[in-house]
Design a protein around this ligand. Structure first.
Ligand SMILES: [Zn+2]
Length: 67
């Protein structure tokens, strides 16, 4: 994926946020190294409650742009 502003190749980043002991959220997005433009592509939600791991993937149907 290329940055719509700069036209350079964007790098993929995974950002993990621990909301509490039993839940974790992972955001996958592309970031432009020049202008920090971000495109969110996927959100993954992990649920560790009840002794099992539940994985929910929420793909961004249209890549949403973060300013
Ligand atoms: Zn850019």
């Amino acid at each position: 994926m290329k940055c719509p502003k700069c036209g350079v190749q964007m790098s993929m980043i995974r950002e993990i946020e621990q909301t509490n002991r039993q839940e974790k959220g992972i955001k996958v997005y592309y970031r432009c190294p020049l202008c920090n433009y971000k495109v969110l592509t996927e959100e993954i939600h992990l649920d560790f409650s009840n002794g099992t791991i539940k994985i929910m993937v929420k793909p961004a149907l249209r890549a949403s742009f973060i300013k």
